[in-house]
Design a protein around this ligand. Structure first.
Ligand code: SAJ
Length: 441
C-alpha cells in the first residue's frame, strides 16, 4: 500500500504536504526543500499563505531570504485550498495544541485539520501528527476521523506520530540536526514515516504512537518540574541568606547526574507551561493524578506574586514606601532572554499584580517596542517600551529585571535606580559595585 510512497522517498520524487506553516511547519518545509524534495504547505490563514508565496517568512527568527530561496527553487508553495492535500504523498501536521480557559487540552485545531484531511485524502498516503499532545491522540482521536473517509489505517493509508522539537532561534540545533522520534501503530506506517523523515534528519523509531506522544511530554515535564524545584530552592535559600545562583553554579561542576536549571519570575512560552497539563488530563481518565506536575504548576505560577511581594517588602524596608503609587520599571517582557516572544510570559502576570497593588508600571524590552495584542492580556496591547537612555530623568522607585536580555545597559539602570529586584541574576557582574541597591528575588 505504501511501496509507492517509500519508492518516491528513495528517488526524492515524493511530494510532502505540511499543514500549519508556523514556527514548526515552515522550518520543516525548508528542511525538505533543502534536500530537493517538493513541499506544498497548507494553511487556513490566507495572509500567511500570501506572505510565504511572496518569499517572506513573517517570523523574526527566520530570514525572508530563506523563504525566497525555497520559492525560487520552485520546490515550495503555500495554499489555503485543501484540494492540495490530495496532490501530496504524505501529510505532516504542525498545528497548535493550546490549553482552553479551563486549563484543559484544546484539540480543536487537530480535529479540524483531521476533518479537512478526511475530506481530501486519498489511498496510499501517510498522515503524521507533530503537535505536542497526550498519549492516545493519534490512535483515539485522529484515526476515527480519518477513517470516516472510508479508508482504513494500515490498509489504505498510514498514520504516525513524530513530535516536533523546534527551538526557535536556537543557534546550535535546527530541524535537520535534532533527532526525530517516530512512532506508528502499524509496521507499514512506521516504515513509511521513517522513509519520509530519513530524508531530512536522524530518526528514532519507537514502538507505537503512544510511546512517541509520551516521549515529547516527558521532555517538557522534565523542564517544568526541575524549574519549579529551583524556584522553590530560591525561596528557601533566600531566607537562609544563601545565593541560589552560586549554589547552582557550584552544583553544576558535577560532571554527571546534574543538569542546571535556574530560578526566574515564573515560566512562560507555549511549550513548557502547557504540555504537562496534557498528561494530567489523560492521567485522570485512568483515575490517576499527576502530583509533581500540579505541584510544579503551583510553585511556578506563584512566582510572579512572590516577586511582587519581595518588591513590596524591599520598598517598604529601604525607602519606607508603599508599592501603591510607586513607579516601577519592568525590564523584560519576553518569556526568555534574547527573543521577542512574549506568549504566556510571566512578565504579563507581574504587570497585572503590580497594578493590582496600585503601582505605576512602565516596561523596557529591546525586543518588544510595542506590546502586540495577546489573548490573555488584550488590555496591554499598544503599550510602548520606554527608552532607558533617559532613565536618569524618570525617577523610578524600583526596577524589576524579569528577562535577562543581553542587550540592556544594566549599569545605566543600576546607576539611576534606587532599588533593583533581580529575578534572573542578570546583574551578577554589577553586584559588588551596587550591592546596596540590588536584591536577588
Ligand atoms: N526557565 C526558567 N529556568 C530554567 C529554564 C527555563 O525559569 O532553567 C523559564 C524560561 O525563562 C521560560 C520558560 O521557563 O520562561 C520556558 O523556557 P525554555 O528554556 O524551556 O524555553 P521554551 O519554552 O522555548 O522551550 C523550548 C522547548 N523546545 C521544544 O519543546 C521543542 C524545550 O524542550 C527546549 O529545551 C527549550 O526550548 C530550550 O532548551 O530552548
Amino acid at each position: 500500500m505504501l511501496n509507492t510512497l517509500i519508492e518516491k522517498c528513495h528517488n526524492k520524487s515524493v511530494k510532502v504536504g505540511i499543514i500549519g506553516l508556523g514556527y514548526v511547519g515552515l522550518p520543516l518545509a525548508e528542511a525538505y526543500v533543502n534536500v530537493g524534495v517538493s513541499v506544498i504547505g497548507y494553511d487556513v490563514n490566507q495572509d500567511r499563505v500570501d506572505i510565504l508565496n511572496s518569499g517572506q517568512s513573517g517570523m523574526k527568527h527566520i530570514d525572508d531570504s530563506r523563504v525566497k530561496s525555497m520559492v525560487d527553487k520552485g520546490l515550495f508553495k503555500a495554499s489555503s485550498n485543501p484540494n492540495v492535500l490530495s496532490e501530496v504523498d504524505t501529510i505532516l501536521i504542525a498545528v497548535p495544541t493550546p490549553l482552553d480557559i479551563h486549563h484543559q487540552p484544546d484539540l480543536t485545531y487537530v480535529i479540524k485539520t483531521c476533518e479537512v484531511i478526511r475530506d481530501h485524502m486519498r489511498e496510499g498516503q501517510l498522515v503524521v501528527l507533530e503537535s505536542t499532545t497526550y498519549p492516545g491522540t493519534t490512535a483515539e482521536v485522529m484515526k476515527p476521523i480519518l477513517e470516516q473517509s472510508g479508508l482504513k489505517e494500515g490498509e489504505d493509508f498510514a498514520l504516525a506520530y513524530s513530535p516536533e522539537r523546534e527551538d526557535p532561534g536556537n543557534p546550535n540545533f535546527n530541524t535537520s540536526t535534532i533527532p526525530k522520534v517516530v512512532g506508528s501503530d502499524t509496521s507499514e506506517g512506521l516504515k513509511a514515516a521513517l522513509a519520509v523523515y530519513d530524508l531530512i534528519v536522524n530518526t528514532v523509531p519507537v514502538k507505537d504512537t503512544r510511546t512517541a506522544e509520551a516521549a515529547k511530554l516527558v521532555e517538557n515535564i522534565y523542564r517544568w518540574v526541575n524549574i519549579a524545584t529551583v524556584n522553590e530552592m530560591k525561596i528557601i535559600f533566600d531566607k537562609m541568606g544563601i545565593d541560589v545562583w552560586a549554589v547552582i553554579d557550584a552544583a553544576k561542576t558535577k560532571p554527571f547526574g546534574f543538569h542546571a536549571f535556574y530560578p526566574g519570575p515564573g515560566v512562560g512560552g507555549h511549550c513548557i507551561r502547557i504540555d504537562p497539563y496534557y498528561l494530567s488530563y489523560k492521567a485522570r481518565e485512568f483515575g490517576l493524578s499527576t502530583q509533581f506536575i500540579e505541584l510544579a504548576g503551583h510553585i511556578n505560577q506563584s512566582m510572579p506574586r512572590h516577586i511582587v511581594t519581595r518588591t513590596l517588602e524591599e520598598l517598604s524596608l529601604r525607602q519606607r514606601k508603599a508599592l501603591a503609587g510607586s513607579k516601577v520599571l519592568l525590564c523584560g517582557l519576553a518569556y526568555k532572554k534574547d527573543i521577542d516572544d512574549m506568549r504566556e510570559s510571566p512578565s504579563l502576570d507581574l504587570i497585572s499584580i503590580l497594578e493590582e497593588h496600585g503601582a505605576i508600571v512602565a516596561y523596557h524590552d529591546p525586543y518588544i517596542p510595542v506590546v502586540p495584542t495577546t489573548r490573555e492580556h488584550p488590555e496591554y496591547s499598544g503599550r510602548e517600551s520606554v527608552d532607558i537612555t533617559g532613565i536618569k530623568n524618570c525617577d523610578y522607585d524600583v526596577a524589576i529585571i524579569a528577562t535577562d536580555h543581553t542587550n540592556v545597559d544594566y549599569k545605566l539602570l543600576c546607576e539611576n535606580t534606587p532599588l533593583l529586584i533581580d529575578t534572573r541574576n542578570a546583574l551578577k557582574d554589577l553586584t559588588s559595585e551596587f550591592k546596596d541597591k540590588i536584591v536577588k528575588a
